[in-house]
Write a protein that binds this ligand. Sequence first.
Ligand SMILES: [Zn+2]
Ligand SMILES: [Zn+2]
Length: 410
Amino acid sequence: MPASYRADLHLHSSYAIGTARDITIPTLAQWAQRKGIQLLATADFTHPRWRAHLQETLQPAAGELFSYSDTRFVLGAELSCVFKHAGKGRRLHLLVYVPSFTAVEKICRFLERAGAKLAGDGRPLISLHARELTAEILAIEPRSIIIPAHAWTPWYALFGSKSGFESLEECFGELAPAIPALETGLSSDPAMNWRVPDADGRSIVSFSDAHSPRNLGREVTAFQGPLTFAGLATALREERIAYTLEYYPEEGKYHATGHRACGVRYLPAETKAQGTACPVCGRPLTVGVLERVEALATEPAVSLRADEQGFLHGANGRPPFKHVVPLMQILAEALGVGERTKSVARAYTGLTDALGSEFAVLLEVPVAAIADTAGARIAEGIGRMRAGDLAVDPGYDGRYGTVRIWPDET
Ligand SMILES: [Zn+2]
Ligand SMILES: [Zn+2]
């Protein structure tokens, strides 16, 4: 594969609601190293205290990026747009990247004038139409990169079943061509996205949306070309992507359609037969990502071919991708303990210290070498993960799905 760098460009600081408390630039950089990620988004550049932390800790690096230790950072944020369109309430999240703190300051001043409370949630609520916001940000800094976040989640997403749109053009109008990419979110993978007309000519990117440093890289995109802001913009515009690493989409919490309180879960065939009212309580089911893709798709499901390394390729020439299971999850199942236990932490540190990084362990290091370091059971788990030899049970209505490597053991 040609040279590439792994990037995780959707994450959050401790200033975003619902995130861990220990998120700082040094801890993010440290975890990125351990995971094998070269470029991170700073996240949350709209928050004044986080911005001060960014200015204190980051060094300017070549190509309008920033660095801390060996990790590069690009200035980024997620904005939560809440507005009305065609008489209906809409909510969607946008990822924004800019090349300079000057652009950051100008965007923050504009958002404050528009009534946003930037010192609250690090993922601020903006009461502007996504199209207007995009136009303003591009007017402030024409090189800004704007990407709809987790494009399919029912709430807060461009194509979401609850408050989204039917197409990019419906939302962004004449600015639709300025949107270079769609973020898959945990509940969808690139092959699902390829079926939708808006995916044509756009990159399909995958990032973690991590709310704590340990979750960094649960999805990443490996970009080709120079590791600079301009290089990133070009890679997005021209889909210069070596591969993406994906969660099993079934594991995402909005994959299937259903109603969590009533324990009802439908796959598209069942929705077709039964409709989208809950058979228990009669309320509408939360329409999941799988169903929503089916509704907007104009192409049939793409058949995929796996190469020797387990990367999946469509016949359409688009970048390959691979479903992976985070190493801590594999270790927890192998050891029969919780993910946040000392034994998992010890095994994780031991393996990554000895063999390079989490992605080296998950993707590259021979299984025999893993067995020498961590024992046969863990090596078997990683081997099975690489081969896709595992059982998945889809998530729905806010409840995560599960992936089991040894489904027959309890
Ligand atoms: Zn979001
Ligand atoms: Zn119900």
